[in-house]
Design a protein around this ligand. Structure first.
Ligand SMILES: C[C@@](CO)(OP(=O)(O)O)[C@H](O)COP(=O)(O)OP(=O)(O)OC[C@H]1O[C@@H](n2ccc(N)nc2=O)[C@H](O)[C@@H]1O
Ligand SMILES: Nc1ncnc2c1ncn2[C@@H]1O[C@H](COP(=O)(O)OP(=O)(O)O)[C@@H](O)[C@H]1O
Length: 311
């Protein structure tokens, strides 16, 4: 007799780098007003969802052992949120394969949450619109809407209000992954402390950077990259200065701390240059490991058929 075995829905979701991250003052709700330009990168996580007796989360790959497998995981929260909304039990097995460094300033948890929203929308045939998914994403975290959309986009508010940006070509990046992670709220608090004690420079608007994106020229873009959280990340992890210097010495056009760090992202002139920079950086002993990536890439996308298989 034939029995129908449900096949998992498998979703890939990208990491991100903030090409421009201007941080405003602390708001009453505990968030900072941002004006940021995100770019989605090819370094990604894969999340699969399949019906099960009860909700469970497994994690393998990069840094898997430090990722929670309970309600502390954003994918768990995403599943409970969609289940509650659609009046069903969240009985799914969620398997995460991590390629994105954990607590690395590259939105790995947000990528997994976005992937879960997309995967369960298909698995449960919820037929939620883009706008409805955006609403769930913003409740899960400030970066989750961008992980859904991908590409290159301006983020305002706490980063969740998005407008796509025209970006003419593919950019080539080298990512220096650090030994530990940095907690996002701790880095924002450190910036508030530095600002209370002195007057660290603040980024202006991203207009020149957006123009550079339309030209597609990496050398024009490189000097315009900027991140207000970088001074805070460097204050908490001074060793990152050496990493940033080493990437530029190895031939990158520019290096910045990615978001709240500690990953350092180096923009390179072309794909070959990125491979050369990554090899040199790997030998310099200034980071845990090195990855080559390109962007922009799409947001969370199903990479297999959601069809059921017969066995
Ligand atoms: C800094 C950024 C830059 O893209 O990314 P990461 O570098 O962490 O990946 C984001 O703003 C992080 O977004 P995300 O990681 O989703 O943060 P959330 O869960 O929404 O917030 C975690 C905490 O960070 C602080 N936070 C976050 C966003 C924001 N605009 N202002 C803040 O002050 C708050 O303390 C908040 O409680
Ligand atoms: N699916 C997930 N993957 C990674 N970390 C997660 C996940 N869900 C929750 N977390 C928690 O979120 C914290 C921040 O992780 P992550 O999203 O990788 O970093 P960042 O906010 O720097 O981009 C981690 O330390 C971890 O405890």
């Amino acid at each position: 007799m034939l029995s129908v075995v449900p096949r998992p829905v498998v979703v890939r979701a990208p990491s991100k780098v903030n090409l421009h991250l201007a941080v405003g003052d602390l708001r009453d709700d505990g968030y900072h007003e941002l004006n940021t330009v995100f770019q989605a990168l090819s370094l990604s996580d894969t999340v699969s969802v399949v019906p099960a007796e009860t909700l469970s989360v497994t994690v393998r790959g990069e840094d898997a052992r430090v990722v929670p497998t309970d309600s502390g995981n954003l994918v768990w929260q995403a599943a409970e949120m969609l289940a509650a909304e659609s009046g069903r039990r969240p009985d799914v097995e969620i398997a995460i394969d991590k390629g994105i460094p954990v607590a690395g300033g590259m939105a790995g948890g947000s990528a997994d949450a976005a992937a879960t929203l997309v995967g369960l929308n298909a698995l449960w045939q919820l037929d939620l619109s883009r706008e409805e998914l955006d609403g769930f994403a913003a409740k899960l975290g400030s970066d989750v809407p961008f992980s859904l959309h991908g590409g290159t986009a301006v983020g305002t508010g706490r980063g969740e209000r998005l407008l796509p940006v025209l970006s003419r070509s593919t950019f080539h990046w080298v990512l220096a992954l650090a030994k530990g992670g940095l907690s996002t709220p701790t880095v924002f608090r450190e910036l508030d402390r530095l600002r209370a004690d002195g007057n660290p420079p603040r980024l202006g608007g991203p207009e020149d950077l957006m123009h550079a994106l339309t030209t597609g020229d990496a050398a024009t873009l490189a000097p315009l990259l900027g991140n207000d959280l970088q001074s805070a990340a460097l204050s908490l992890n001074p060793g990152l200065r050496r990493t940033l210097r080493a990437g530029v010495a190895a031939g990158a056009l520019a290096g910045i701390v990615s978001g709240s760090g500690p990953t350092c992202a180096f923009l390179c002139a072309e794909a070959d240059a990125a491979v050369r920079v990554s090899a040199e950086l790997a030998g310099a002993g200034v980071c845990r490991t090195v990855r080559v990536a390109s962007g922009p890439v799409p947001g969370a996308r199903i990479i297999n058929d959601a069809a059921e298989g017969s066995h």
